[in-house]
Design a protein around this ligand. Structure first.
Ligand code: TXE
Length: 481
């Protein structure tokens, strides 16, 4: 049984309560580790450690801070196999996915911001008498709270820019998938990251997550998770005038016109529908298909969906792994009842998958395709966050745009068309922070990332992240004519 610890003031320490949370392996449905059930006292210790570290860390040269981030990236790359296995055991995703996406991206996050910060510049304006220049200074102690779907990938996506910009960090991973965050602690110890610069505190959101959000000496919060939780965090942060970044849920449209490259569209649409068991906020869970190719699409898409193998995430041939938790599996299953009540048709899936051998007690759901529901049904309005998509035909471009924009979310959208004019026009009018045309989940870390409406506030990525984690100050110097 693996017992995790917190990482506070440069040391791996037990929670002050000496209480622990059971951690499950979703593929087996069994407890396999324990994580600290930290409390406000642990956050207090972390804040004082971070405050003590801030003056030195923020005054280091950019090169020195960059050097630490590069060494962390190197250690992540050296431990790639172990981290990937840990991520799969914790989250249930296929091992090939942890190896190909989650862990390489965690290293890339550190590597990217280690170099981006070297080129992080600001502006100056001058005239005969006055010269203005803008300082972008580190803010202090920042709180980073992340979810369970891409554990190390999203955890490091916040920590790297925060550290690069000269802040000290108190980071809380999801209590559902804490192991790779713990392994990052070990890596930070190995590279000799100065004590207190990064503090990783495990625990429940309503306890230690809330303690971070409410702490008066943590003026910045960067959060990724559910829209409901995001609203709670915003409510707590507002009276404390905290700077917040919220990356929340999505109900992303995938709009397919009849002039698309059909073969490329189909294979990418299977991926955008079901990869990571549909547990990515960017998955295209609402598929709108032009009526003229609707039947052709349904036949091809359902056939390919049924080909997706499901089972032991350690098996290199398996495409679909386990759902992250029993609670989340029940939440997804509840939507199949809703779909039937709303008059939907479940063309494939719609039930749990009984895996074999070590995974016989694991949490698996078959990839599911639902049709015959309108754009305003609950299935097409609410984030399910599982291997479930709904397909809806449309007749005109105007109708497709209306359907795409008619949810409370606005995170990402995908458009399949070979008509260049339509691609630009549609991208302009879609209510989404990220639009992919004839591709999906192509990520350039220099680009702004985030959503609008209930999908979030602010943007992560590139200079947006460095600007979020710094305070701009304009200085005007009078030097006479
Ligand atoms: O997110 P939560 P979960 C969506 C998806 C999913 C839903 C819930 O719909 O079903 O969110 O997922 C911490 N104060 N996304 O349970 O609950 C919590 O401990 C401070 C989309 O993972 O929002 C965890 O570390 N912190 C998302 C983190 O917040 C609190 C990816 C996220 O937990 C807290 C994942 C509180 N009151 C889920 N309550 C995306 N956009 O990628 C919880 N936390």
């Amino acid at each position: 049984m693996k017992i995790l610890t917190n990482y506070i003031d440069g040391k791996l320490v037990s929670p002050s309560s000496n209480e622990y949370i059971d951690i499950f392996n979703p593929a087996e449905g069994k407890i396999y580790a324990k994580a600290p059930r930290s409390c406000a006292k642990d956050i207090e210790n972390a804040v004082s450690a971070a405050q003590s570290a801030f003056s030195t860390w923020s005054r280091l040269s950019v090169d020195e801070r960059s050097g630490f981030l590069l060494r962390i990236a190197e250690k992540i790359e050296q431990r790639h196999q172990g981290l990937a296995l840990a991520e799969t055991n914790d989250n249930g995703k296929p091992l090939w996915l942890s190896k190909a996406v989650d862990i390489p991206r965690a290293a890339a996050n550190f590597r990217f911001f280690a170099t981006a910060v070297e080129h992080f510049c600001s502006e100056s304006y001058s005239n005969e008498e006055i010269t203005n220049y803008t300082l972008r200074q580190p803010i202090g102690v920042v709180g980073c709270i992340s979810p369970w779907n891409l554990p190390l990938y999203l955890f490091t996506w916040k920590i790297a820019p925060a550290l690069a910009a000269g802040n000290c960090v108190i980071a809380k991973p999801s209590e559902i998938t804490p192991v790779t965050a713990y392994m990052l602690s070990e890596i930070c110890e190995e590279v000799g990251l100065p004590r207190g610069v990064l503090n990783i505190v495990h625990g429940y959101g309503a306890e230690v997550g809330a303690a971070i959000t409410l702490h008066k000496k943590i003026p910045v919060i960067s959060f990724t998770g559910g829209s409901k939780t995001g609203a709670q965090i915003a409510q707590s942060a507002a009276p404390l005038f905290k700077k917040i970044s919220l990356e929340l849920g999505g109900k992303n449209p995938n709009i397919i016109f009849d002039d698309c490259n059909f073969e490329r569209m189909i294979s990418e649409t299977v991926r955008s529908s079901f990869v990571n068991q549909g547990q990515i906020c960017l998955c295209g869970s609402r598929i709108f298909v032009e009526k003229s190719i609707y039947n052709k699409f349904i036949d091809a898409f359902v056939a390919k969906t049924k080909e997706l193998t499901i089972g032991d995430p350690l098996d290199p041939e398996i495409k679909q792994g386990a759902i992250v938790s029993e609670d989340h599996m029940q939440k997804i299953l509840s939507y199949f009842t809703i779909a039937k009540k709303e008059g939907g048709t479940i063309l494939c899936g719609g039930k749990t998958y009984e895996a074999a051998d070590r995974c016989k007690d694991g949490w698996f759901i078959e990839p599911t395709v639902i049709t015959d529901l309108g754009p305003h049904s609950r299935i097409n309005q609410e984030e399910i966050f599982g291997p479930v998509v709904s397909v809806v035909p449309f007749e005109t471009e105007e109708q497709a745009l209306e359907f795409a924009n008619c949810t409370p979310y606005g995170l990402s959208a995908t458009v399949w068309t070979e008509n260049l004019t339509r691609a630009h026009r549609f991208s302009r009018d879609l209510q989404a922070g990220v639009v992919w045309v004839n591709c999906w989940l192509v990520r350039d870390l220099r680009t702004p990332f985030g959503g609008m409406k209930q999908s979030g506030v602010g943007r992560e990525g590139g200079l947006e992240a460095l600007r979020f984690f710094t305070e701009p100050k304009n200085v005007s110097i009078y030097h006479g004519p």
